[in-house]
Design a protein around this ligand. Structure first.
Ligand code: ADP
Ligand code: MG
Length: 356
């Protein structure tokens, strides 16, 4: 087992004008399940491939434990990677596929059989030993790919969107299985996904990337409660945070006619200025009759039983604000209604327009 440390890791592809990965710094703890998340093209795969040694590092360094592996070939890094495509050999059985890395490393047959048996039991693949990949479901193939990584007993597991070929239901089941397997094995794992729900449910910590840059790293709840910038705020959490521009003047925030005193943490930004503010759906409340607040026209009602969401628009001086409000399951709002909502200004997030 080992820690993984990225220091200023940068990669620019030939013929491009921007770094695909830009001065990436991250320390991953021994045994940690670290999820890297971000939109397509943000540099997740490139980062993982640099860690695996499959992609050169232009500047910066990568350490596993104390060891500088920046220029060490992939086979000497003691890592196992699980890809989205699984990369199983179609002509080999499940048993042969899982045992393959051990065979190429020259492990004797009897010892190999023991290791394969252990992995197969761990993954519940016992019945399928003699089948070929073509005779397996997507979920079973995914587990065989996991098995092939496990038998090597690597210091680090690398997984690049390993669930993206599974249907939605199986994806949910499998993510729980992978998380609990990682927990039992205690092997440092770097897991890449573009899906924020997957990240939130699986990771000990989550590293959010955008445009090749690390935006924030923290526990799921930390990212949800204290996003470092507007990108993280809008990427993490479902439904997305409502974020808008407004004026802050003498400690008062203009909320579409109604003016609200903001907490001291926000009000310390003195003067009269434009600010970007954000609020989670659960931090709006539907007002009682006669109360003043944001007037919202309801476009869509999502019922989830115990609660639900209203999606709508409020007219603000700067234009229409699309907003999402969580409501109790017993609400009566319907499409086309106008409801008054009250922002809980104590829960307001403030973003710097420059870094957002
Ligand atoms: P992600 O995995 O987050 O979707 P990637 O790491 O695959 O992102 O890609 C990051 C950026 O680098 C993208 O802009 C992508 O187009 C670019 N890129 C990736 N691989 C290559 C390559 N071999 N040559 C040129 N550009 C590449
Ligand atoms: Mg990718």
């Amino acid at each position: 087992m080992a820690t993984v440390t990225f220091r200023g890791v940068t990669r620019r592809f030939h013929g491009t004008t921007r770094n695909a990965v830009d001065r990436f710094d991250l320390e991953i703890g021994d045994g940690e399940f670290l999820v890297m998340v971000g939109p397509s093209g943000c540099g997740k795969t490139t980062t993982l491939r640099m860690l695996a040694g499959l992609e050169p590092v232009d500047s910066g360094s990568i350490h596993i434990g104390e060891r500088d592996v920046t220029n060490v070939p992939p086979k000497d890094r003691d890592m196992a990677m699980v890809f989205q495509s699984y990369g199983l050999y179609p002509h080999m059985t499940v048993e042969q596929n899982i045992g393959f890395p051990l065979r190429t490393s020259g492990m004797p047959k009897a010892q190999r059989a023991v290791k394969v048996r252990e992995a197969v039991d761990l993954l519940g693949l016992g019945e399928l030993l003699h089948r070929r990949p073509g005779e397996l479901s997507g979920g079973q193939r995914q587990r065989v790919a996991m098995g092939r990584a496990i038998v090597r007993e690597p210091q680090v597991f690398l997984m690049d969107e390993p669930l993206s070929n599974l249907d939605a239901k199986l994806r949910v089941q499998t993510r729980t299985q992978i998380a609990s397997l990682q927990n039992r094995l205690g092997v440092t794992t770097v897991y890449v996904t573009h899906d924020q729900t997957e990240a939130m449910t699986m990771g000990d910590r989550i590293a959010v990337l955008n445009h090749g840059k690390l935006q924030q790293v923290g526990a799921p709840q930390e990212l949800y409660d204290a996003p470092a910038n507007e990108f993280v705020a809008s990427f993490i959490g479902s439904p997305a945070m409502t974020i808008w521009s407004t004026r802050l003047r003498g400690g008062m925030l203009d909320l579409g006619g109604a003016s609200t005193r903001v907490p001291d943490t926000v009000a310390q930004l003195a003067g009269d200025r434009e600010v970007r503010v954000g609020l989670r759906a659960e931090d709006f409340a539907v007002a009682a009759d006669g109360e003043t607040g944001l007037r919202m026209r309801v476009d869509l009602v999502e019922e989830l039983g115990s609660d639900g969401y209203l999606y709508g628009r409020a007219a603000l001086p700067g234009g229409e604000l699309p907003l999402t409000v969580r409501v109790d399951g017993r609400h009566h709002a319907q499409i086309g209604d106008t409801v008054t909502v009250l922002p809980n200004t104590r829960r307001l997030h403030l973003f710097d327009a420059a870094t957002g």
